[in-house]
Design a protein around this ligand. Structure first.
Ligand code: SF4
Length: 263
């Protein structure tokens, strides 16, 4: 079962009435278990039935995978992992920067409240324990090792939702990126360019173009050419989706608690 198969059964109108914002993003998140069919309010019963028939009976795979990964990472040399991953290790605790926040992995698991998919991504990154540093060479998702098979999902689930958020309120969108540690980058033809590090060795280059009367805003999310050394492309797709979710959360936080502006 692939996101494209689910997508074909959806209304494909990108109406934005679900938390995913677009139909492709909805398909990917449905398969990841972060959304359910009832989150699409315009899905007719016959299509919902077809999708239900295709969905595998996964049980609580995320909890199971989390406990496996925690065991595997704990059995590894934490100070060695920290060195490769750009994290810090002290007294058996690992501190790592994720989406602009410091996250601590202690002996009994993660400290503080976190989405389970974020925990899984951090553990997969630590377990892969890639070596080296980002090359500084930016590539499209399809150019990564095995990236072609997930390139369309990456576009639908990451680039389109980011472009829509940017189009709705560019100032707030860029404030959210800034709050997550994104820095302006020069030398690109886009209207705005930022480099952001969702994980210490995995930067994304966010390129944004304003829309006009004819075309909507556009976003390209480029990866460092070494990204697949630190996470496989499936996990990189989920990392892109986690970035979208984190920007949404920062925006919601900012909306409910606006900071005074200089005047
Ligand atoms: S609610 Fe989401 S999945 Fe449903 S049609 Fe609209 S964008 Fe597509």
């Amino acid at each position: 079962m692939t996101p494209i198969e689910v997508y074909k059964e959806l209304p494909r109108t990108n109406c934005g009435k679900c938390p995913a914002g677009t139909c492709m993003s909805f398909a990917v998140q449905l398969l990841a278990g972060t959304l359910s069919l009832s989150d699409c309010p315009v899905l007719d019963e016959s299509s919902a039935k077809n999708i239900r028939a295709m969905l595998p009976d996964t049980g609580d795979w995320k909890e199971k995978r989390l406990s496996e990964l925690l065991g595997e990472v704990r059995a590894m040399d934490l100070s060695g992992i920290a060195q490769h991953a750009g994290a810090e290790c002290s007294n058996g605790h690992l501190k790592i920067r994720y989406m602009g926040r410091d996250i601590t992995l202690g002996r009994s698991g993660f400290e503080g409240e976190m989405d389970i998919l974020d925990k899984l991504l951090i553990l997969m990154y630590l377990k892969k324990s890639g070596t080296g540093q980002p090359s500084g060479k930016w590539v499209a998702f399809r150019e990564l090792k095995d990236g072609l098979i997930r390139a369309e999902s990456f576009h639908g689930a990451c680039e389109i939702p980011l472009a829509k958020m940017f189009e709705r309120d560019a100032e707030r969108f860029m404030k959210s990126l800034g709050a997550m540690g994104a820095e302006k980058a020069g030398g690109f033809s886009a209207d705005y360019s930022f480099v952001i590090y969702p994980l210490p060795r995995i930067p994304f280059l966010v390129l944004l173009w304003r829309g006009d009367e004819e075309f909507g805003a556009e976003c390209k999310l480029l990866s460092d050419s070494t990204a697949a050394d630190f996470l496989d492309v499936e996990a990189l797709l989920y990392l892109g989706m986690a970035l979208v979710r984190a920007v949404r959360q920062w925006r919601a936080q900012e909306e409910s608690n606006p900071q005074p502006t200089d005047s």
